[in-house]
Design a protein around this ligand. Sequence first.
Ligand SMILES: [Zn+2]
Length: 328
Amino acid sequence: MESAYGLATRELARIREENRAEQTRRMEEVRSKNPDYTRIERALAQQGTALVRRVLAGKAEISDIEDAVRKLQKERAELLKREGFPKDYLEDIYACAHCRDTGFLEDGSRCSCLKHLAVSFAGANANLTEYMKEQTFDRADFSLFAKQPAENGREPLTYIKRAFERALKFAETFDTTHANLLLMGNAGTGKTFLSSCIANYALKRQKTVYYQSAFSLFDMLEKLKFGRLNDEEQEKAESISRYLYEVDLLIIDDLGTEFVSAYSTAALFDLINSRQIQHKSTILSTNLNHQGLEQIYSRRLLSRMVGDFEVLTLIGQDLRMQQKLKQK
Ligand SMILES: [Zn+2]
């Protein structure tokens, strides 16, 4: 995925090109309706050249040229009016008056139009699967959870409902509370479902979101680190690896399924740590319990890494399996 700002910048370039093409078309239109327009434009260009020559020759007297230009501009305005065109028909066209579609303001900062474009691209590139895009808080269906048998006296429905409430609150507030979530539970107990609901809600709130499974994520980072990608893949991986640090909400699914190496562990720690310092929220999900995670990342590292994460535990049987069995 290209970074959201990369895509937004290209979109602005496309808008500029489109507007220039429209401007050219309008000139042709005016020209074909009244050929006298060509004469006026040529005369204006000649006056421009004359002005440059005069200035380069060090002459201060330019009022005659200014008069001629004013007269021609008036003629042009009258021609437009006579032919029924709007007054500003041939002026430069901009979608954004603040930055004239450059994306940047005079002080060098990013214009809001560029930011909005970047957000919309980030939304389109959250990397959610088709299944995940369908999962929203308001379409949640707990009927499958309700049919689940209790586990050691614990009801799966109670757990998913509690996690659901917390997930909704998180989706509404993570950018101000800077909270982080660790979703724990066996496969098919609703972790991806909750992540998806949060992701879609955050996107609706114009936040940027990026979802990736731990396996694919660290596979990509490892290949990038050790130069095992072709040019195109490398460019894409570089832009994703930057985006991982910038995106408002990062979701790493199935932690513990990646190929664990000294490098992947260090990369994961750096990513989570940097995001916490920048007050950016992260959601981790895993099929492993605490013991399992400790075996992979060591107790010390794990507590430093996810010590501030709020744990949401889900219990029950694999709902995806149940759904598959039902379909048979
Ligand atoms: Zn702008």
